[in-house]
Design a protein around this ligand. Structure first.
Ligand code: NAD
Length: 484
């Protein structure tokens, strides 16, 4: 089944930081794949803008190399790449000075969608926003895309929102969280709100608990400097995991419009209870068998920053009162995997008596790898020998269900960029959502800092610190295994 691609309108997309890591690894390869998929119209233009002195030709070489390195070999195609590169040009720009802005202004075509991707450090957002306006480049319909981290705490996030609000209105600001661009994350909404089967059970009466896991095998080597100022709470929980929690827990929006969806997500964040310090486990991977530990990777010998965190959260609202949400994320764990698991309660009475094979139903929404959705159900073990029960998965792995079409499933970044061009903010965070998430996270972080808590060391290649297992055990529950 091939996926249907709807072309977008002609656009000028300026990538500030167009020579940087994010642009070359994600944004440009993603745009190339959209071009291949036939989604980019004749009138699409991509303008790299950065500090380096480059000709258009040299920039195209850089884009060519980025595509060669970051696009699958079976999708490399010289003729298509040449067609894509025809749409690419470069302008040297100084975000903090006057260089390049008039050249950029002259390149922007009237009556075309204008989008500006701020793929630079957040310290430059204000400068870019201001210069786009003072040089008359930013019209009332243009869009800006801003990257994480969106602030370091509530105060800095507010300051950033205020800076952007001086130059742009909210409907022009696209705060990217690439987790929201994942196919399965959107499918989560389709499953919840497109079927009758799940929603009646989607509440504290029928759901025992929900687990959200984002496990990585990599350490922080190479970006320890950034990570050490952040930690798992700021880097993963406040943004990506909070967004997943919102989509799992929110009420059905009255429509799929951006503000209707985001209003419901905001209500989830506001309904979060303060977290009991006993319900938080922070960990830090240690050195083992010659591989460096966090402290060496981060080059911070005494760092109290967590590379792992597990938390138990409660929501105070009618739907979820009494159903815990367990979140965990960490680096240097056994496998790279992200999933959400909704565990339903046991049937009120088993007519089959004690049956070892009878388990609670679990709906597993797998974000990576092998995106897909699986529902575990109890059935009778086939064959004679009486009524013995076993658990089997009803599996909807996208690769199997959609066959060839799965090849066309776009990566999160490219999908989100196309949404920017379409002017659809549903999968982007609104300013008040980001602030609410910081308002929730700030006191938790402040409390452990005030206590001088140190993270618990854990062995790399496992599933995190012992105490994280205990967080579940004390509630007579278990984490799902971290496995590929
Ligand atoms: P990078 O350091 O690799 O690239 C920075 C880019 O900004 C370069 O193109 C550089 O020329 C340009 N730049 C710097 N100062 C400039 C100035 N004064 N004027 C004009 N251009 C200037 O950074 P990156 O890793 O690509 O990250 C970009 C943004 O994306 C950051 O906000 C980062 O937090 C965010 N981000 C990056 C990743 C990632 O995987 N790299 C992931 C998520 C978010």
């Amino acid at each position: 089944m091939a996926s249907r691609v709807i072309p977008v309108d002609p656009f000028d997309l300026v990538i500030f930081g167009g020579t940087g890591d994010l642009a070359t690894r994600k944004i440009l390869p993603g745009l190339y794949r959209r071009f291949q998929a036939g989604q980019m119209p004749e009138g699409a233009r991509i303008i790299g803008a950065a500090r380096s002195e480059l000709t258009d030709e040299a920039y195209r070489e850089l884009v060519r190399a980025a595509v060669a390195e970051h696009v699958d070999a079976d999708r490399q195609d010289g003729a298509e790449l040449a067609g894509f590169l025809d749409r690419v040009s470069y302008t040297r720009i100084d975000a903090r000075g006057g260089d390049g802005w008039d050249t950029l202004a002259a390149k922007m075509r009237p009556d075309t969608i204008h989008a500006f991707y701020f793929s630079v450090g957040p310290g430059l957002f204000g400068d870019l926003a201001e210069r786009l306006n003072t040089h008359g480049i930013a019209g009332p319909d243009c869009r800006i895309v801003v990257e994480k981290p969106f602030g370091h705490d509530l105060a800095s996030a507010r300051a950033l929102n205020e800076t952007l609000a001086r130059h742009f209105v909210e409907h022009q600001i696209y705060r990217i969280d690439h987790y929201l661009g994942k196919e399965t994350v959107q499918n989560l909404m389709a499953v919840r709100f497109g079927n009758m089967l799940f929603e009646p059970l989607w509440n504290a009466q029928y759901v025992d608990h929900i687990q959200i896991t984002v496990a990585e095998t990599v350490g922080v080597g190479g970006r320890g400097d950034y990570y050490d100022k952040s930690g798992a709470m700021r880097d993963m929980v406040q943004n990506h995991m909070m967004q997943l929690l919102c989509l799992i827990a929110m009420e059905p929006p009255y429509t799929f419009d951006p503000d209707a969806v985001r209003d419901e997500k905001l209500k989830v964040i506001r309904a979060l209870d303060p977290v009991d310090p006993d319900d938080i486990v922070r960990g830090q991977y240690r050195a083992m068998n010659g591989t460096p530990g966090y402290l060496e990777d981060a080059e911070a010998p005494d760092s109290p920053t967590e590379s792992f965190i597990a938390l138990k959260l409660h929501l105070s609202n009618w739907r979820w009162k009494g159903t815990p949400f367990y979140l965990r994320t960490g680096k240097r764990l056994r496998a790279r995997t992200s999933e959400i698991a909704v565990t339903f309660k046991d049937p009120p009475h088993s007519i089959f008596g004690e049956q070892p094979g009878q388990r609670s139903n679990v709906l597993v929404i797998r974000l990576q790898p092998n995106e897909g959705i699986k529902l575990k159900v109890t059935i009778k073990e086939p064959g004679p020998g009486g009524m013995r029960l076993i658990e089997v998965p009803l599996d909807m792995s996208f690769a199997e269900a959609l066959g060839e079409g799965v090849r066309d499933i776009s990566d999160a970044y490219e999908r989100l960029i196309m949404d920017v061009i379409r002017g659809n903010q549903t999968l982007f965070m609104r300013g008040d959502e980001v602030e609410a998430a910081w308002a929730w996270a700030d006191p938790i972080i402040a409390a452990w800092e005030a206590r001088g808590d140190r993270p618990e060391p854990y062995d790399p290649g496992g599933s995190g610190p012992e105490d994280a297992l205990m967080l579940m055990h004390k509630d007579a529950r278990r984490w799902r295994e971290v496995r590929p």
